[in-house]
Design a protein. Structure first.
Length: 119
């Protein structure tokens, strides 16, 4: 066993979550920049993308906890058979798209308020 193995494990765990947040935030920001009909100013971080990233990470963890611990995947497997995976995947995709839309709405409202203040 290495003498600094515990420290390395903590550093690995912390850097994994930081990198996940950074790349997820960057991907969401690219979506928010490229999908609207009008051209927006590129920003590295926006309030909507930060909230969407945090909600996506926490929501995915909470959904995994719900499926694995509270309900149990075996219960779904017994009830629905092999369709259980598809049902749970569709629920997770629904939650993910909700968080993406929530962040977009937050950005839209902030843009609308700033535009109203400027006028």
């Amino acid at each position: 066993m290495l003498p600094y193995q515990d420290h390395l494990q903590i550093i690995y765990s912390a850097s994994r979550w930081i990198l996940l947040f950074f790349f997820l935030n960057m991907g969401i920001q690219i979506v928010y920049y490229s999908l609207p009909a009008r051209r927006l100013v590129w920003t590295l971080v926006s309030p909507g993308s930060v909230i969407a990233s945090l909600c996506w990470i926490l929501g995915s963890r909470a959904f995994a906890f719900f499926v694995n611990r509270l309900v149990g995947f075996e219960t779904y497997q017994q009830l629905y058979g092999s369709l259980a995976t598809l049902i749970l995947l569709m629920i997770w995709l629904y939650l993910s798209s909700f968080f993406l839309l929530l962040g977009g709405e937050i950005n839209s409202e902030i843009f609308r308020l700033r535009k109203a203040e400027a006028a």
